[in-house]
Design a protein around this ligand. Structure first.
Ligand SMILES: Cc1ncc(COP(=O)(O)O)c(C=O)c1O
Length: 256
């Protein structure tokens, strides 16, 4: 409760709300933490200027900008969302793809910040599994493979095919929808509104999502079980998989 009471929650993509919060509390704001592409209300992309505004205002008030790239690191591009949108945060949190399926998280940042961490500095940070050799080796193997094979163009292509296919199926059935996508992450929302924050994400027809999920499961296609989670494609997905998925999605949509 104490931590929550010291945290300000703002709507995503809302530069006015951001400015207002800083005008009011600016001197006391230690940091802003944000998913540079949101994945936890479904996929929501930063609007033009949103990440720039975050960077500028945090700099102006000497507050840190922390990017939570746990989902987006090595996924939306080799250098994550910060590379894709050319914004440099002060600290980055990483996970998921980083460990290639093993439990691995990491954070990093500017030298003057990292020097505050023990043994260089006074901030103690350690954990039983920190630097766990098996997770580290898996992470290095994943990243080596990823950088060698450079699958980003391929992932972009198959994800685009999937999104266009789903959009066509839903359009043909007259079902209002918005598909948000960047690289290999996406979300299908059942709404005719642009989805740019949690409020608009919630405009999706959740009853229809539930029916869609169950009909797809029956067809052997497993999507995330919540409207507010992102779908991901991986290098294991072939073009044939996408074609087959689209056939099954069409059957599933017809059945509902
Ligand atoms: C964007 C993002 N940040 C952080 C986390 C939390 O990571 P952990 O489960 O390692 O605490 C998640 C987990 O799904 C996430 O999606």
């Amino acid at each position: 409760e104490e931590i929550a009471s010291l945290t300000i929650v703002l709507p995503y993509n809302d530069v006015d709300a951001l400015k207002e919060a800083f005008e009011r509390y600016g001197q006391d704001i230690a940091c802003v933490i944000v998913e540079p592409v949101a994945g936890n209300m479904g996929t929501v992309l930063p609007k033009d200027g949103f990440l720039q505004a975050l960077r500028e205002i945090t700099k102006q008030y000497s507050s840190l900008l922390i990017f939570d790239e746990v989902i987006t690191n090595f996924r939306v591009s080799k250098g994550g969302a910060q590379e894709l949108y050319s914004i440099e945060p002060d600290i980055t949190c990483m996970g998921k793809v980083l460990g290639g399926g093993m439990p691995l998280g990491a954070y990093g940042g500017k030298r003057e910040i990292m020097e505050k961490v023990a043994p260089e500095g006074p901030v103690y940070q350690a954990g039983t599994l920190s630097g766990n050799p098996m997770a580290m080796v898996a992470g290095i193997a994943t990243l080596s493979e990823l950088f060698e094979k450079n699958p980003y163009e391929y992932l972009d292509e198959i994800t685009q095919t999937l999104c266009e296919g789903i959009s066509k199926i839903l359009k043909d059935k007259g079902i209002p929808h918005t598909i948000n996508r960047v690289a290999s992450m996406l979300t299908v929302f059942f709404t005719d509104q642009e989805v740019s924050d949690y409020r608009t994400a919630k405009s999706s027809d959740l009853g229809l999502f539930a029916k869609f999920f169950r009909a797809l499961l029956k067809e052997g296609v497993l999507i995330p079980p919540s409207q507010f989670e992102a779908w991901f494609l991986s290098t294991a997905h072939t073009k044939e998989d996408i074609e087959q998925a689209l056939n099954r999605i069409e059957r599933a949509v017809s059945s509902i």
